[in-house]
Design a protein around this ligand. Structure first.
Ligand code: FMN
Length: 350
C-alpha cells in the first residue's frame, strides 16, 4: 500500500538516523571578508526561478501526500511557502492517480497562495512496470490537481532497488520524458543520489527546463528502506540498504556536473542558510530543503516558519560576510573545496 509506505517514510525520516555518513557541504569553505562594504538591511535575496521571481533562492522540496498526516504537513508547508514567497513541491502524486479520494491530501496546498506550485511523479511511472505507465490523462490530472506551474519527474532508482516493492524497468523513460516535456514545463530531480554530467546532458536533450540535483549528503533513501526492511524482517533488502547507504554523487559536485545550460537547483543535505549559500556559490540558482523542514512541518506552521526564517537570516549573514549584496554577487564569492569533495569536483575536470 502506497499510503502506508508514505507514512512509514515520514516516521522513519523523523525518528531514525537516515542521513549519509558525510555531509559534503562541510567540504566547501567560504573566505571571510572583514571589509564587506554592504548594508545588511539592503541585502537582496530575490532571484528569478525559471519564469517566476521569488523572494529567496530556496524551494520546499517534494516530500509528501496521500495520507492524513501528509495532508497536514502539506498544508503547513504551503502556508510557509505563501508567507516567504518561495516555491513548494508536493510528494509523488501516484497515490492520487491510483485513488482519487486521496486528491485533497495534495490539493490542500491550494488553500494558500503558494507562488510556484510543483507537481511530482516518479520516472518509473513513465514506463510499464508491474502496472501500466501513466497516461497523458494521468499527467493532466496531477497538474490540474494543484494547478501546477511545473512538473517534477523524480529519478529514484536506488530507492526502487532497495525497497521491497520497487520498480525495475528504466527502458524508454527518456523517450516518454521528451513527449511530456513537449507539453509541460518539467524539472528532473534525483532524491538523494545526485545527477551525473551524462544524466544532465540526457535530461537537457529530453527537453527538461531545470535540474534538481538531489545529491548525496543528506537523507539517504537506502537508509530509510533499510529500516523498513528491518521491520518486515527482509534480510536481503536490509543488506542492500546498508551497502548503498552512502551511494551517489555529493550534492555540491552534482551541481557542477549539472551545468549544461539550464537552471540548477542544489539540494540534498542542506541543513541551514550557510549550506544554502554554499549551494549558490557552487553554481546553483536556488537550493532545496526536504527533511530539515519535515520535522517542524509535522508539528506546526509556526515551527517551519521559525526554521525558514533562520535559514534566510543565515543566508543573509553569509552574504554580508562575503560582501555580497545580491545573489548574483554571492555566486562569485571566494571559496575553496576540501577533500573528499575536491576529488569529486575534479573528476569532471571542472
Ligand atoms: C519523507 C520524505 C519523502 C520524500 N518523498 C519524495 C517524493 O515523493 N518525491 C520526490 O521527488 N522526492 C521525495 N523526497 C526526497 C526529497 O525531496 C529530497 O530530494 C531528499 O530528501 C534529499 O534532501 P534532504 O537531504 O534535504 O532531505 C522525500 C524525502 C523525504 C525525507
Amino acid at each position: 500500500m502506497i499510503e502506508n509506505r508514505k507514512e512509514e517514510h515520514i516516521r522513519i525520516a523523523e525518528t531514525e538516523n537516515v542521513t549519509t555518513d558525510h555531509n559534503y557541504w562541510d567540504d566547501v569553505e567560504i573566505i571571510h571578508q572583514a571589509v564587506p562594504e554592504v548594508d545588511f538591511d539592503s541585502i537582496d535575496t530575490s532571484v528569478k526561478f525559471l519564469d517566476h521571481k521569488i523572494a529567496h533562492p530556496m524551494i520546499i522540496s517534494s516530500m509528501t501526500g496521500g495520507t492524513d498526516l501528509a495532508k497536514k504537513i502539506n498544508y503547513n508547508l504551503s502556508t510557509v511557502a505563501e508567507k516567504f514567497s518561495i516555491p513548494m513541491g508536493v510528494g509523488s502524486m501516484r497515490a492520487a492517480v491510483e485513488k482519487k479520494e486521496l486528491a485533497d491530501t495534495f490539493s490542500v496546498i491550494l488553500q494558500s497562495k503558494v507562488p510556484v506550485r510543483i507537481a511530482n511523479i516518479g520516472a518509473p511511472q513513465l514506463v510499464k512496470q508491474g502496472k501500466p505507465a501513466f497516461t497523458d490523462r494521468d499527467i493532466e490530472y496531477v497538474m490540474g490537481l494543484i494547478e501546477a506551474d511545473y512538473l517534477i519527474v523524480h529519478f529514484n532508482f536506488l530507492q526502487e532497488m532497495v525497497q521491497p516493492e520497487g520498480d525495475r524497468n528504466a527502458v524508454g523513460i527518456l523517450r516518454r520524458l521528451k513527449e511530456i516535456a513537449g507539453s509541460y514545463p518539467v524539472i528532473a530531480k534525483e532524491t538523494g543520489n545526485g545527477i551525473s554530467h551524462e544524466a544532465a546532458l540526457a535530461l537537457k536533450d529530453a527537453g527538461v527546463r531545470a535540474i534538481d540535483v538531489g545529491g548525496l549528503g543528506g537523507t539517504s533513501f537506502a537508509a530509510i528502506e533499510y529500516y523498513r526492511a528491518q521491520k518486515s524482517g527482509d534480510l536481503e533488502k536490509m543488506n542492500s540498504g546498508k551497502s548503498f547507504w552512502n551511494w551517489g554523487i555529493p550534492s555540491p559536485a552534482s551541481i557542477k556536473y549539472s551545468h549544461v545550460g539550464i537552471p540548477v537547483i542544489g539540494s540534498g543535505g542542506l541543513r541551514n542558510g550557510l549550506d544554502l549559500a554554499k549551494a549558490i556559490i557552487m553554481g546553483a540558482d536556488a537550493g532545496g530543503f526536504a527533511r530539515m523542514l519535515l520535522k517542524s512541518a509535522d508539528s506546526s506552521a509556526q515551527d517551519i516558519e521559525a526554521t525558514v526564517l533562520q535559514i534566510i537570516r543565515d543566508l543573509k549573514i553569509a552574504m554580508f560576510l562575503t560582501g555580497s549584496s545580491s545573489i548574483a554577487k554571492l555566486k562569485k564569492a571566494r571559496h575553496f573545496i576540501r577533500e573528499p569533495l575536491r576529488s569529486w569536483v575534479d573528476a569532471y575536470g571542472r
